[in-house]
Design a protein around this ligand. Structure first.
Ligand SMILES: Cc1cc2nc3c(=O)[nH]c(=O)nc-3n(C[C@H](O)[C@H](O)[C@H](O)COP(=O)(O)OP(=O)(O)OC[C@H]3O[C@@H](n4cnc5c(N)ncnc54)[C@H](O)[C@@H]3O)c2cc1C
Length: 400
């Protein structure tokens, strides 16, 4: 069986490794359009951006891994066409046949439109290694950064910038930062954290336009205010990369639509990671996290080999900002209220829908994260009063 994986990121790399572990000994090709082997993205807005991590440490596997495993790794090569009848793809203009094709094309960042100055020099997005390499020289003490968008990527970039002595204004169009992904309490925690570190956080404030001749020098905000800046990072979200799937006529529904096993509308084609919207709990889910990229890719690899297992994600996520490590377990979709737990510097927010516990955001609180994650796996909902009481020994909740 010839297996081809398109997309040399976290999911693509996990898929090929798992296929070899599971005993696939036939031809296996991994095709990525970036000029480097698969690497991890999380440090791009953290230790790599600060300069504390070398590029070599980003790579998910040593260069020799692919050759040792008999994996044909094509880098700097884009696939532009899937011929589903002939069962071929066209990396770099050549024709490559497949018996099973896995799409792991990830997501692409939204750009600020040229009509508001998004095409000016000094305006960046933060997705690829090349994006970071292009902006790093701007992170010099005294420089002024405008971050557009108060999601995790924008907040992490703001934290790095402050650490490097850059003045930061962060604008968020919604009434609060992290509105799309977190409760008001978590938004409040990070607003206070960033404000304490000198970031000017402007919520309910959009971008009217960027200004500058050729290069960005300032911005006009939706409240009429004009600010000066030397560079801009747009952290305004990503969209699943469905271009190839759409070209091939595969079903697309907020991502490449798959069944529970990761199979697309063509039984020979599968999808995994940020690009995939999979059937889950009676609806569709699409997750943007390392955990999902690896676990779904491994599930798809097993299913390509005939396992027939439904993918059941166990969501977790993390973010590092200043000295705060945020760890999230579960999915808070549909929550109705939030219970706060504070023990010393450790803070956690527990999401409930009625009596059902859904998710936890834990700030410098690994114990709440670990216990919350385990409770979710066990399908248990801890008593709210017990969670709120700092005297409660959380591990006891697992024994109860
Ligand atoms: C700055 C940053 C920080 C992050 N921090 C965290 C974090 O702290 N925790 C966390 O859980 N997640 C984090 N994430 C999210 C996480 O990195 C992604 O969810 C994960 O990388 C998704 O993996 P993927 O393989 O699906 O997609 P990607 O990693 O995006 O890989 C897809 C690859 O496919 C390539 N490709 C697309 N189309 C084609 C084509 N036609 N031909 C060839 N190649 C193609 C793309 O160029 C890309 O290299 C972060 C992401 C970013 C950008």
């Amino acid at each position: 069986m010839r297996i081809v994986v398109v997309g040399g990121g976290q999911a693509g790399s996990a898929a090929v490794a798992k296929l070899r572990v599971l005993g696939h000994d036939g031809p296996l090709t991994l095709i990525g359009e970036e000029p480097v082997p698969p690497y991890q993205r999380p440090p791009l807005s953290k230790a790599y951006l600060t300069g504390e991590m070398e590029a070599e440490r980003l790579f998910l596997r040593p260069a020799a891994f692919y050759a040792d495993q008999g994996i044909d790794l094509l880098t700097g090569v884009q696939v532009t066409c899937i011929d589903r009848t002939a069962q071929t793809v066209d990396p770099g203009g050549r024709t490559l046949g497949y018996d099973a094709l896995i799409l792991a094309t990830g997501a692409v960042p939204r750009h600020l439109p040229a009509s508001v100055g998004g095409d000016l020099a000094g305006v960046h997005v933060l997705r690829d290694l090349a994006d970071v390499d292009a902006m790093r020289a701007s992170f010099v003490p005294g420089a002024r950064l405008l971050v557009v968008g108060g999601g995790y990527i924008g907040l992490e970039a703001a934290a790095v910038a402050r650490k490097l002595g850059v003045a930061v204004t962060l604008i968020e169009m919604a009434p609060r930062i992290l509105q799309r992904v977190a409760c008001p309490q978590t938004s409040g925690y990070f607003r206070a954290l960033h404000s304490a570190h000198g970031v000017e956080v402007l919520e309910g404030t959009g971008l009217t336009r960027l200004t500058g001749e050729g290069r960005v020098t300032g911005a006009v905000l939706s409240d009429g205010r004009e600010i000066a800046c030397d560079f801009v990072i747009a952290g305004v979200g990503v969209v699943p990369d469905t271009a190839l799937a759409a070209q091939a006529g595969l079903a697309v529904d907020n991502g490449i639509a798959t069944d529970q096993m990761g199979r697309t509308s063509d039984p020979r084609i599968w999808a995994a990671g940020d690009c995939a919207s999979f059937l889950w709990r009676g609806g569709r889910a699409r997750l943007e996290s390392v955990q999902n990229a690896i676990d779904m890719a491994e599930a798809v690899a097993a299913n390509v080999m005939g396992a027939g297992v439904a993918y059941d994600p166990k969501p977790w996520f993390w973010s590092d900002q200043y000295d705060c490590k945020l760890q999230i377990a579960g999915l808070n979709t549909g929550y109705r209220d939030v219970v706060t737990r504070r023990v010393g510097d450790a803070t956690s927010f527990w999401y409930y829908a009625g009596e059902r516990f859904l998710a936890v955001d834990a700030m410098n609180d690994p114990r709440s994260y670990m216990v919350g994650k385990r409770l979710i796996e066990l399908g248990r909902s801890p008593d709210r009063a017990a969670i709120a009481d700092p005297a409660t020994e959380l591990k006891a909740l697992l024994r109860a």
